[in-house]
Design a protein around this ligand. Structure first.
Ligand SMILES: CC(C)(COP(=O)(O)OP(=O)(O)OC[C@H]1O[C@@H](n2cnc3c(N)ncnc32)[C@H](O)[C@@H]1OP(=O)(O)O)[C@@H](O)C(=O)NCCC(=O)NCCS
Length: 145
């Protein structure tokens, strides 16, 4: 059974693995603990019978603006509406807190994700040359709430 949850310290290793598999980045477990303690309400996880299959980690960057730092759904669970559920929940929670803007960065080559975000109303506001570690370019995208 799928359940939408918040941060769970027992799932941090799975978060590290999901990030490694999908973004080829090695984040320390501490990063997740720190972010969850600073912004507990900006962490959204999806479990399938208790197994982490996706998560969204956000942060507050100004009193009225939040930023999505990590958003990922496990490969075997994509195109089932899980990303939509997590992002819609993040948007609803942000609105409830009177947040006015959501910002994120995405690789310019990540057509899937860009299309997905545009469906929610996100728009590209800036190109970020060589933004990523592999020197690929990024887009900064914003959603006005
Ligand atoms: C971007 C990402 C988080 C989306 O997650 P997801 O769970 O696959 O998203 P959804 O299933 O809600 O939506 C994806 C597509 O499936 C479609 N879909 C949703 N529910 C569906 C269902 N029940 N049956 C079939 N298709 C469905 C959606 O309409 C959407 O199609 P579209 O993009 O053509 O409009 C996921 O692809 C991912 O983790 N990508 C790799 C990491 C990444 O790029 N993250 C973003 C970096 S900024």
């Amino acid at each position: 059974m799928l359940t939408l949850e918040g941060f769970d310290p027992k799932k941090v290793e799975s978060m590290v693995s999901l990030v490694r598999e999908n973004f080829k980045k090695d984040y320390s477990k501490d990063l997740f603990f720190q972010m969850a303690s600073l912004f507990p309400d900006k962490f959204i996880t999806m479990m399938d019978d208790g197994v982490l299959i996706g998560f969204l980690m956000g942060t507050l960057i100004s009193p009225k603006e939040v930023r999505i730092l990590i958003f990922v759904v496990d490969k075997n669970h994509r195109n089932m509406g899980i990303g939509t559920k997590m992002l819609s929940t993040f948007i609803e929670k942000s609105r409830a807190k009177e947040i006015e803007k959501i910002r994120l960065e995405v690789k310019t080559t990540n057509e899937n994700a860009i299309k997905f975000y545009k469906k929610f109303g996100f728009r590209v506001v800036k190109v970020l040359p060589r933004y990523y570690r592999d020197h690929s370019n990024g887009y900064m995208m914003y959603l006005d709430l």
